[in-house]
Ligand binder design. Structure first.
Ligand code: DGY
Length: 372
């Protein structure tokens, strides 16, 4: 699909993306936009090389693609200066290779924070209250009357939520669980991020529309401690919160644990057999980060041995596949990497990705890069 065929800059999007704002932005700025409409879900390196061709100024790509040395050298040979992932995670992008070939890399932070945190919260609740199992039971025609022990799950209020990876998304999730469900909080961040102490309010929506130049300028913070004071003043049991001194402390103490680290060498199989064994027998583990953060084979074994342990997974080690046995486990809820899949967010991600590429081509600053 080609828009504005006579545009000066050739920009490729390897997938159709939601909304029209990103398309209009590129067209208005003199780009010829080519959107790949191949049916195949995952494009290979060869597919993308043939899309890039002899002249290409910038590419908007997807997290399913392997953006390494081969693609960045092809893009640079075609005169390309910019690549943006339509994702905040960029473990599929070799940033060093991009630097080597003079290609700027962008990602899409901020717009997916609340949407992703909402899915982590949904999975936490669905696992705690066994919603998927109960739904299957109803549809199978097995419900023959109310029973005191039917699908008894966990009350979250007063339990402890553990957050591993306290960046934008981990912080937003913590806020939801603490404010919404009055859970106590324990968290750990591998890079000692202090972001969680400064919860981000839900201001992105309006501000993105107003097109502020930089996300760092639009973050509005408030302290969770102040929220504790507020509850106390209103006669409610205040929630407690603490930064753990190790990740294992979170795993031992929390009833619901949500994983929000980036995927890199240090976080590969962060949750392994030994760490699963540290968790409470009835704990809930949620992963909306990247699949390889959890050793999925060890997880399947753990789920089999501990029927009261539950997981909510949005991501998998070898997407689109699940490790054998996972799909049969009643104590696992599995969804297909949809954490950022709200209409507003996906349109926002497409717009940011277009702004990243456009910024570099036109000589403005790239909107958001991996160091943001
Ligand atoms: C990301 O952005 O990294 C998600 O995995 C997809 O939204």
């Amino acid at each position: 699909e080609v828009y504005n065929p006579n545009g000066k800059y050739r920009v490729i999007s390897t997938k159709p993306m939601p909304g029209t704002r990103w398309i209009n932005l590129l067209i208005e700025q003199d780009c010829r936009l080519e959107i790949c409409t191949q049916k195949k879900t995952i494009l290979s390196v060869e597919d993308i090389i043939s899309l890039i061709g002899d002249k290409c100024d910038g590419v908007i790509g997807q997290l399913t693609e392997d953006w390494g040395e081969t693609l960045f050298s092809a893009l640079s040979r075609a005169g390309g200066k910019a690549f943006s992932n339509m994702a905040v995670g960029y473990n599929n992008v070799d940033v060093n290779a991009a630097n080597k070939y003079g290609v700027a890399v962008g990602n899409t932070p901020g717009v997916l924070t609340e949407t992703t945190a909402e899915l982590a919260a949904s999975l936490s609740l669905a696992a705690a209250r066994r919603i998927v199992e109960a739904d299957e039971f109803m549809r199978a025609g097995l419900y023959d009357g109310w029973l005191p022990h039917l699908f008894v799950g966990n009350l979250l209020k007063g339990q402890t939520v553990g957050v591993i990876g306290a960046g934008r998304i981990g912080s937003a999730y913590a806020r939801m669980m603490v404010e919404g469900f009055k859970m106590n909080l324990i968290y750990y961040d591998l890079y000692q991020s202090t972001r969680l102490e400064k919860f981000v309010t839900g201001m992105y929506q309006d501000l993105l529309v107003k097109s502020f130049p930089n996300f760092n300028q639009i973050l509005i913070y408030y302290k969770i401690a102040a929220y504790g004071q507020f509850l106390k003043a209103n006669g409610e049991q205040p929630v407690t919160w603490k930064r753990a001194s190790s990740m294992d402390e979170v795993l031992r103490e929390a009833d619901v644990i949500s994983l929000h680290p980036v995927l890199d060498k240090t976080t590969y199989h962060l949750v392994n057999k030994e760490r699963l064994a540290m968790m409470k027998k009835e704990a809930i583990l949620v992963n909306c980060s990247r699949g390889p953060v959890v050793d999925e084979v060890a997880l399947v074994e753990h789920l089999k041995a501990n029927p009261m342990f539950r997981v909510g997974l949005d991501v998998f080690e070898d997407e689109p596949y699940m490790k054998p046995g996972l799909g049969e486990m009643k104590n696992a809820i599995v969804v297909p990497h949809i954490a950022s899949a709200s209409k507003w967010t996906r349109e926002g991600m497409a717009t940011l990705a277009a702004l990243n590429v456009l910024g570099k081509i036109k000589g403005y600053p790239v909107w958001a890069d991996p160091n943001n």
